[in-house]
Design a protein around this ligand. Structure first.
Ligand SMILES: [Zn+2]
Ligand SMILES: [Zn+2]
Length: 252
């Protein structure tokens, strides 16, 4: 399995938005799908799985759908928690923030289809199997376990301390890696508590829950505090932890 951590800006510049691409055809989150590559590369993405509808995870979705629309009816499927789907309907495709692609799709070849991703119910996309698992964030949010025949990779999405994701991931014999968020440094533990995110200490606690040693690739570091978060994580000498490199493609 190939996973690209999409860079939301240029080299050495802050990463403010979030997207991954798996095997060229599946996106996890749509914060920066405009940075996937040329139009041909963007057009290969036919399934977008949303962890939740916060803007740093959906900002590029409307213009992305506009860009790849070819009128053939073979449109992108957007999978997400019912709460995220409701946000897209009410808050984004409402003719105020963006044209109502969902209404247009009722009488013209569709721009997108929406699919409710339910907790624990796998969704098959070609050779991939994507299992949504509810995590612990300020809005209903999903992590995803993505599997092919050889490997399984976990995407935590935004989350505070959580449980079920680690039970499901820990039971998977093919688990290779976890992309785990670490948004704040320890000095902002208070905000991690309110906003339901992780700090390095909380991150270590999540690793313990898995009870397995796999690669932990750290993502969603708040740009202003990135260096502090990295220093604090490295000081704990946690086995298998690395810092996600925007623009890099990982092979599992
Ligand atoms: Zn969020
Ligand atoms: Zn976020």
């Amino acid at each position: 399995m190939r996973v690209t951590l999409v860079a939301s800006s240029g080299p050495q510049q802050p990463q403010l938005f979030n997207s991954f691409v798996v095997d060229d055809v599946v996106a996890i989150d749509a914060g920066c799908l405009d940075h996937v590559g040329d139009l041909a590369a963007m057009s290969r993405i036919k399934h977008v799985f949303l962890t939740h509808a916060h803007l740093d995870h959906v900002a590029s979705l409307p213009p992305f759908l506009d860009a790849v629309y070819d009128g053939s009816g073979d449109c992108v499927v957007v999978h997400g928690h019912q709460h995220a789907i409701d946000c897209l309907k009410q808050d984004i495709f409402n003719n105020r923030l963006f044209p109502d692609f969902l209404h247009i799709s009722t009488f013209r070849p569709p721009y997108l289809k929406l699919n409710e991703a339910r907790n624990g119910e796998p969704i098959r996309v070609g050779q991939l199997r994507v299992t949504p698992v509810e995590v612990n964030h300020v809005v209903p949010s999903l992590g995803f376990v993505v599997e092919d025949s050889a490997s399984a990779v976990v995407f935590s999405g935004d989350t505070g301390p959580t449980e079920e994701l680690w039970k499901i991931a820990g039971a998977n014999p093919n688990l290779r890696a976890v992309f785990l968020e670490c948004t704040f440094p320890e000095s902002m533990e208070w905000l991690a508590e309110i906003a339901k995110h992780l700090t390095p200490k909380r991150y270590a606690g999540e690793m313990q829950k898995l009870g397995r040693s796999v690669r932990f690739i750290t993502v969603h570091l708040q740009a202003r505090h990135r260096d502090t978060i990295i220093t604090e994580l490295q000081a704990m000498r946690l086995p298998g932890v690395e810092i996600g490199q925007p623009g890099m493609t990982y092979e599992f």
